[in-house]
Design a protein around this ligand. Structure first.
Ligand SMILES: Cc1ncc(C[n+]2csc(CCOP(=O)(O)OP(=O)(O)O)c2C)c(N)n1
Ligand SMILES: [Mg+2]
Length: 361
């Protein structure tokens, strides 16, 4: 006997193509022109912030920075679909997600300056930046299990890179999500590179979305440079997750900048490849669409950029004036402070250890 026991397929979804044309058959009902305008403004703001952060790092005013250039749509499109109670478990590149979740800009700069005080978003249970690749996914799936247990209706959404999908933690999280049917959405940001490792060397799987199938989850691909497509796919996945059907979304995008400010991509990729992806970047197509609808022009663009500059400069001044409370290095580890840590904190205060900063310079 010979029979097929499994056959899978991965849908690829694009709503707004690179020429600014909308596929009306896929356009979600709630996506109006004014919402697309909002998406454009948010993506533009994220890009302005990104450029500022890069220049601050070069001046030594913030630490190592992972730019989001080229990935604005995957972040803004997904974040606009989230509901307040959903829990976001990011890695290290989701700056625009933080912004849309309500992190004030000055707090964001505080976090880039190395202070945890800038990590918390009021009213959201989202977790902070996570740099170890993949280790946040078991946390995400555990949080999702807890939300299911509490019958909260909230969904957990986590982001991981193409490189991260090769980690054991990734497969373990998917496996748990499938067996326990938790309200989880995993967004694979396939930006074609894991530092210097290209997508083709990362995995022989034809798509990264199909990795979901082995764990019994749904897997779907979306044009990650299409903000409307991202919104649609994430919104659909959130509805499914709320019914305890987890989804893995692979968004196809491109990291146009360096991996982090510690990286030099000219060492491992060609200008030609970057140019090809620049033509497909997320903002141009939305501007084309909005211009064709008479909703955008050069003067509006100029005004918007000037507003961003003012807002960013004010936030930065506030962040640079921020003085951390050194006691805070003892906080944020436990929900209540264990006695032994309290003793250490008291001893440190008594010794005035932070009053003498000369030894730390
Ligand atoms: C467990 C672990 N291994 C290695 C690293 C070093 N490292 C930092 S980012 C990165 C590449 C990640 O690539 P990808 O998952 O594609 O995400 P991207 O940065 O492209 O968004 C690596 C290997 C790390 N942070 N954690
Ligand atoms: Mg990557």
């Amino acid at each position: 006997m010979l029979k097929k026991t499994f056959e899978g397929f991965v849908d690829y979804i694009q709503v707004l193509d690179e020429f600014g044309t909308v596929d009306k058959s896929l356009l979600p009902e709630d996506v109006t022109d004014s919402m697309i305008l909002e998406m454009y403004k948010s993506m533009s703001k994220a890009r302005a912030l990104d450029a500022k952060a890069l220049s601050l790092q070069r001046q030594g005013r913030i630490f190592t920075y992972p730019p989001l250039l080229g990935e604005e749509a995957s972040q803004v499109g997904s974040a606009m679909a989230f509901r307040r109670g959903d829990i976001i478990v990011p890695n290290y590149r989701q700056h625009a997600v933080f912004m849309l979740r309500g992190l004030p800009l000055d707090r964001w700069f505080v976090s880039l300056r190395g202070f945890e005080d800038g990590a918390a978003i009021n009213g959201a249970k989202d977790t902070p930046v996570s740099v170890p690749i993949g280790t946040h996914l078991p946390h995400a799936v555990g949080l999702a299990y807890a939300e299911k247990y509490k019958k909260s209706g909230n969904v957990v959404v986590s982001y991981i890179g193409d490189g991260g999908t090769s980690e054991g933690d990734f497969y373990e999280a998917l496996n748990f999500a499938g067996v326990f049917k938790v309200p989880l959405v995993i967004i694979i940001v396939n930006n074609q590179w894991a530092i210097s490792v290209p997508r083709r060397r990362q995995s022989a799987a034809q798509t990264l979305a199909q990795k979901a199938f082995a764990a019994g989850l749904k897997g779907v691909q979306v044009d990650g440079n299409d903000v409307v497509g991202m919104y649609k796919v994430v919104k659909d996945a959130l509805s499914a997750a709320a019914n305890n059907e987890p989804t893995v979304i692979e968004c196809i995008t491109y990291r146009l900048s360096m991996h982090t400010t510690a990286d030099d991509p000219t060492k491992y990729r060609t200008d030609g490849e970057v140019k090809e992806w620049e033509a497909k970047e997320p903002l141009i197509r939305v501007r084309r669409y909005l211009t064709s609808r008479n909703l955008w022009d050069d003067s509006k663009e100029k005004d918007m950029q000037e507003e961003f500059k003012k807002e960013i400069d004010e936030a930065l001044a506030k962040a640079e004036a921020f003085k951390p409370d050194p006691k805070s290095i003892f906080e944020h580890i436990y929900s209540f402070m264990p006695e032994v840590l309290k003793e250490e904190q008291d001893a440190a205060i008594a010794a005035g250890f932070w009053l003498d900063t000369s030894s730390h310079e």
